[in-house]
Design a protein. Structure first.
Length: 379
């Protein structure tokens, strides 16, 4: 009986010692366990395999931002409604909505007998004017020599001025119709005029087609230029006092927040509107970016009102665990072993790349922190 008891006792002790020996071996081969709830130990191989990096605190500029939303818009001169001064029947029209046009390009052709009459009247007035010019010079000469009466000279002068006014009026009308008058002759009279694009842009809307009789009050089409697009932002009144001309604006489309555009405040509305918001007009810093934008698009924006310089680490250095934020500082390096201390921190500011860090106890100058690969070390 004693022999059996001793054998069992020896077996149990052996199992316990073997188990303890296995635990010690596991700790040495897995040195990334937490030690004392604050220290983490890593080997050189673990450090390199996880592509870890170390860096000290650095000074970084953080911007205080005002959030806003708004729309892509164009200035009033960027939209032109095309009509005809004297109307006519559209005999040539081949434009499509959305089509690009350049300034001076023919949009459509009008035909109207009135155009013929205007050219005829102009040539007639110009011919009379040539005769009346000669007659006025002759009457002035006779009047100066007292050969004819002042009354005859005055009558000749009146007829000349009346015909001159008529000729100039017709000339202006023909110029408005873009009918060349410099070499206008009876053989070059035309019943057709071309309506040309007043600006470069895109056809936004079309309200006529070929065969339509266009009255002078009718709008044939609208051209929209995207050359000087801007953004119109709405700012809540509590943030209005923080804004001023020249502040930087970063904006993006809600469905693509990673593609950001830069703008600058150009104009602030003089008052808060009925919706208790301030309208802000901002210009794009690089108008080449307008190629990716369309008027009417909804945008979200951040307005930079001031910058503050703070001690910071890359956002990748932050480790969130149980609703607390931590960083790992390098306590020491001995041989191939790295010893880290877990420090709880507060984030006072943050942007896409960096986070401003506040410690309970300020670290020593030059302290290195794990800035990459530490997220799996704290649970």
């Amino acid at each position: 009986m004693n022999t059996l008891y001793k054998s069992l006792t020896f077996y149990c002790v052996s199992v316990i010692l073997f188990s303890c020996g296995n635990q010690n071996t596991e700790m040495e081969s897995t040195p990334n366990e937490e030690i004392g709830h604050s220290d983490i130990v890593l080997s050189q191989a673990q450090y390199e395999n996880a592509h870890m990096e170390l860096a000290p605190l650095s000074e970084h500029d953080f911007s205080d931002l005002v959030l806003a939303n708004g729309l892509i818009d164009i200035p009033p001169e960027g939209r032109f409604e095309v009509s005809a001064y004297f109307g006519g029947k559209i005999i040539q029209f081949d434009l499509l909505k959305g089509q690009k046009v350049v300034k001076g390009q023919t949009l459509f052709v009008l035909e109207n007998p009135t155009f013929v009459q205007m050219q005829e009247d102009y040539l007639d007035a110009k011919s009379q004017l040539d005769f009346l010019t000669s007659d006025l010079e002759r009457q002035k000469l006779l009047s100066d020599e007292n050969i004819t009466s002042q009354k005859s000279f005055t009558k000749s002068e009146s007829e000349y001025n009346s015909t001159l006014a008529k000729a100039e009026s017709l000339r202006k009308k023909l110029e408005m119709l873009d009918i060349p008058i410099k070499n206008l002759t009876p053989s070059k009279i035309t019943s057709k005029v071309t309506i040309k694009a007043p600006i470069s842009g895109f056809i936004e809307s079309i309200k006529v087609n070929q065969g339509t009789f266009l009255d002078p009050t009718d709008i044939a089409l609208t051209i929209m230029s995207t050359a000087h697009m801007h953004i119109e932002l709405n700012i809540f009144e509590q943030n209005a006092s923080s804004l001023k001309k020249g502040q930087s604006v970063t904006f993006y489309l809600p469905d693509n927040p990673t593609q950001k555009f830069e703008a600058e405040i150009f104009l602030l509305a003089p008052s808060i509107n009925e919706n208790r918001v301030l309208n802000v007009h901002a210009h794009l810093k690089d108008e080449k970016n307008a190629l990716n934008l369309v008027p009417g698009m909804y945008v979200e924006a951040q307005i930079e009102i001031q910058k503050t310089r703070q001690a910071a680490l890359p956002t990748a250095a932050l480790i969130n665990s149980h609703e607390h934020n931590y960083v790992l500082s390098l306590a020491k390096k001995e041989g191939d072993m790295y010893y880290f201390e877990k420090k709880e921190v507060t984030i006072s500011n943050q942007d896409d790349e960096m986070a401003a860090i506040v410690f309970e106890t300020a670290p020593k100058e030059g302290t290195l922190f794990l800035t990459k690969g530490g997220f799996q070390l704290i649970k």
